[in-house]
Design a protein around this ligand. Structure first.
Ligand code: HEM
Length: 304
């Protein structure tokens, strides 16, 4: 049975380091493969959680074990053009997490140094777990995640399928307008997500703009409806960040055994099927967005 990279479903440690990279002109794939293999060994030796995630182009140069429906992130725009989640697809995402921030730095730095001249860093974000898994809005993020015993089933490509043991990923850096947020009443804040702020209880009435009305996908019923079974569930591992210039927000990181439910949620949040826009888009905008695939341990062993 193919094994998922352990960093995906294991405990989310306090410090996260995200580095998105793509190949430069004339890059030597052999150098990149050797650096990836050495970084896996380094992270394992140091007990640091490392997840290697690939965009469609680099993955195709490493392995054939790729599910059919793996697409690059297209970007999403509301029909009236007022809201956009821009696409910033890259070829590689190095995700490192550990309770020791120094080790996160070291692992990613060693890799970057090893591929200098072959890969360029497009973006880098350092994030952390905030109190009891809060978003910076003060709302608990993760309540609706599948139970731990169900996460493998929801997040990992099943045995027997191409890409088995791997996981589709969406990675986005959302920028929050916390001044706008602070000006909302508690009722408006709770309606934004469709859950209470104090303890994340689901509201009985979901307004059409609530986040749950867009992302809690249901069998044969509109998203957010109470009762019917959930479908297309994802496993989220999002954490907040804050930059020195005052930019703050959520680093959204989600995994799924297929990509389509992630695309469906993004299209719904941006009203692309005629829905009301997700109220999150009133106060937050993604500065980046990409889709990746995290191959199984065995596929990485064979490819590197
Ligand atoms: C600024 C960006 C976002 C914020 C602050 C945010 C925050 C939240 C919060 C507070 C909840 C309710 C508590 C929970 O279940 O975790 C939630 C639920 C959820 N969100 Fe988001 N979210 C964001 C973006 C997204 C995106 C882009 C997706 C998918 C593409 C997504 C998918 C989900 C899912 C699947 C749930 C659980 C629904 C269920 O209960 O089944 N979220 N989010």
């Amino acid at each position: 049975m193919p094994t998922p990279q352990p960093a995906i479903l294991g405990d989310l440690e306090t410090h996260q380091w995200y580095v998105h990279m793509s190949r430069t002109e004339g890059a030597d794939l052999g150098v990149i493969k050797a650096a990836l293999a050495a970084t896996r060994a380094d992270a394992a030796d140091q007990g640091v959680n490392l997840c290697l995630l690939f965009g469609p182009t680099l993955l195709a140069d490493l392995t054939d074990d790729i599910p059919d429906d793996f697409q690059a992130y297209p970007g999403y725009t509301s029909p009236d053009g007022s809201k956009t989640a821009k696409g910033t697809q890259e070829e590689l995402l190095l995700w490192v997490h550990s309770d020791s921030k120094d080790l996160c730095w070291e692992v990613q730095h060693t890799f970057r140094t090893a591929v200098a001249g072959h890969m360029a860093v497009a973006r880098e974000t350092i994030t952390w777990v905030y109190k009891n898994s809060l978003d910076l809005t003060g709302f608990i993020d993760g309540t609706g995640n599948p139970e731990p015993g169900d996460q493998h089933d929801r997040g990992i490509v099943p045995d027997g399928e191409t890409g088995a043991g791997g996981a589709f990923c969406i990675a986005q850096r959302w920028v929050h307008d916390l001044d706008y947020w602070a000006g909302l009443s508690l009722e408006d804040q709770e309606n934004t997500f469709g859950r209470t702020k104090a303890d994340s209880t689901k509201l009985e009435v979901q307004v059409p703009t609530s986040h749950l009305s867009h992302v809690e996908l249901k069998d044969g019923a509109p998203a957010g409806t109470e009762g019917p079974a959930k479908r297309g569930e994802m496993v989220r591992r999002s954490t907040p960040y804050a930059f020195h210039d005052g930019t703050v927000g959520l680093y959204f990181m989600g995994f799924c055994k297929t990509q389509a439910p992630m695309r469906e949620r993004m299209e719904a949040m941006y009203g692309m099927g005629g829905e009301a826009l997700d109220a999150i888009t009133d106060y937050s905008t993604p500065a980046s967005g990409s889709y990746y695939f995290a191959p199984s341990v065995e596929t990485l062993d064979a490819a590197l």
